[in-house]
Design a binder for this molecule. Structure first.
Ligand code: GLU
Length: 479
């Protein structure tokens, strides 16, 4: 078995979008799982639309995701001489011919066909020109394109995703491979480069299916061995329409800046078109590499659900140790003005404990920062919704908090077990369920309706601050 060689071949005409990243990921996973190579080719032949900025954004996005490539980047534009030589070779071999029809003539014939409600297909008139007429025009400097002569029959392949796909050749017109200015058409450039890069599997979006028969014909005419083809299903938005900017952020960089973890992004993208089976969803990157299988690629379009991405991010946040999380969260905490780096370093052990408590309740770094507020700030604000729900009867709540404060003040070592014992005893004495006591206390301590377990909150805040918070809440309720 030859070593699989795959490539990601983006056109640098914009940012790296999630669909492109998904294609890159599946190529990368295939290479990593089956012990192959993953290459990167920048398809910059469209000089008018390609930009260096876009090329940089593609590199940056791939590096952020960790989808690194194994050989030097190939720039398609640098291969122009080979593209031209391949076109020439096809011409010399009689597999292609010169076409002198101008764009205006073709446009007019297309319009005429449309008026007759017929599909337009090039009528091969230049293929019928006598040899000396062709020579005469070439010598006179008449511009020409080179067209590939599509043979009879049909062209099909065994797609790794879709199984057998076949097109009747009569539906494929004699397509141009080289423009009159000597630049190659996409299909020729891709095939020429894939042959030169010894690509064994071409994996790309479904939107390229109609290019594949043309490319197969070119491979054959160039006498090259065919790669395998895998066409990945489209990604749709929640409304079932092709994913676009209308659906929200589609640039990988946007998610990076939103604080999504690269491993969560990869995991989320991996499930767009692949099912590892056994209800497995959350996977580390090494686990994805291990479980990946080309047989498990899905045929039908997948749905990009931002809520699922956020959920996935929460799952991966939980998988990180607090020490791994710390360098990601600290800048956000500092930026939010909750603490300085120096302050956090001064109580690192406590800080890591806090992160351990918060990460399991967070979907994003921002969630962690929001929840960290009550532990880092001197003053807290009461969330109006939490207040309305948990402090409905204000005088009764104030009274209950006073009793709670007395019970807490009497606790010996400020640790979860004695704290729990004391509060449960109070609840029992008053004939209350634990929640009836803990929920109002939670709002008093954090200002929020959701937090880590109440005893952990008390320990994180410490005795003095906890008691002060309860006092402040009692004052607030009385005012
Ligand atoms: N450059 C093409 C694109 O961005 C991909 C070509 C290919 O994968 O064959 O859609």
């Amino acid at each position: 078995m030859p070593v699989p060689r795959l490539r990601f071949a983006p056109s640098p005409t914009g940012y790296l979008h999630v669909g492109g990243a998904r294609t890159a990921l599946f190529n990368w996973l295939y290479a990593r799982h089956y012990g192959g190579q993953f290459l990167l080719r920048i398809e910059d032949t469209d000089k008018a639309r390609s930009t260096d900025e876009s090329t940089r954004a593609i590199f940056e996005g791939l590096v952020w995701l960790g989808l690194t490539w194994d050989e030097e980047v190939v720039y398609q534009g640098a291969n122009l001489p080979r593209h031209q030589a391949d076109a020439r070779r096809l011409l010399d071999a009689g597999a292609a011919y010169r076409c002198f029809c101008t764009r205006e003539e073709l446009d007019q014939r297309r319009a005429e066909a449309e008026a007759r409600k017929e599909p337009f297909k090039y009528d091969r008139r230049c293929d019928a020109l006598p040899r000396d007429e062709v020579q005469r025009r070439v010598s006179a400097g008449t511009p020409f394109t080179i067209r590939f002569r599509v043979p009879e029959g049909s062209t099909g392949w065994d797609d790794l995703v879709h199984d057998t796909i076949s097109f009747p050749n009569k539906d494929i017109e004699d397509f141009v491979i080289l423009r009159s200015d000597g630049t190659p058409i996409y299909n020729l450039a891709v095939v020429s480069d894939d042959i030169a890069m010894r690509i064994t599997i071409v994996m790309r979006g479904d939107d390229h299916i109609s290019n594949t028969p043309k490319q197969i014909l070119l491979y054959r005419a160039l006498g090259a061995e065919l790669p395998a083809f895998a066409h990945l299903p489209m990604i749709h938005g929640l409304d079932g329409k092709k994913l676009s900017k209308r659906h929200g952020a589609t640039a990988v960089g946007d998610y990076q800046h939103m604080g999504i973890l690269p491993q969560a992004m990869l995991n989320f993208l991996a499930l767009l078109g692949w099912s590892p089976g056994n209800d497995i969803e959350v996977m580390t990157v090494p686990r994805m590499v291990e479980l990946f299988s080309a047989d498990a690629l899905l045929k039908k379009a997948s749905v990009f659900d931002p809520a699922k991405l956020e959920w996935m991010n929460g799952q991966h946040l939980s998988l990180l140790t607090s020490a791994e999380l710390e360098p990601r969260v600290t800048p956000a905490i500092v930026k939010a003005g909750l603490a300085t780096e120096h302050e956090l370093a001064g109580r690192r052990e406590w800080y890591l404990m806090l992160l351990d408590q918060l990460k399991v309740r967070s979907r994003t770094i921002d969630d962690i920062v929001r929840q960290a507020g009550p532990y880092l700030r001197d003053e807290i604000a009461y969330d109006p919704a939490a207040e309305a729900k948990q402090w409905k009867d204000r005088p009764a709540t104030a009274e209950l908090l006073r009793a709670t404060r007395d019970a807490l003040a009497a606790v010996g070592p400020w640790e979860p077990a004695p704290l729990e014992e004391s509060l449960r005893a109070l609840a029992e004495a008053r004939g209350l369920g634990g929640g009836k006591l803990f929920q109002p206390l939670r709002v008093a301590l954090t200002g929020l309706a959701v937090s880590p377990g109440i005893f952990d909150v008390l320990v994180l805040l410490g005795r003095e601050r906890s008691l002060a918070r309860v006092d402040a809440a009692i004052r607030h309720l009385a005012s």
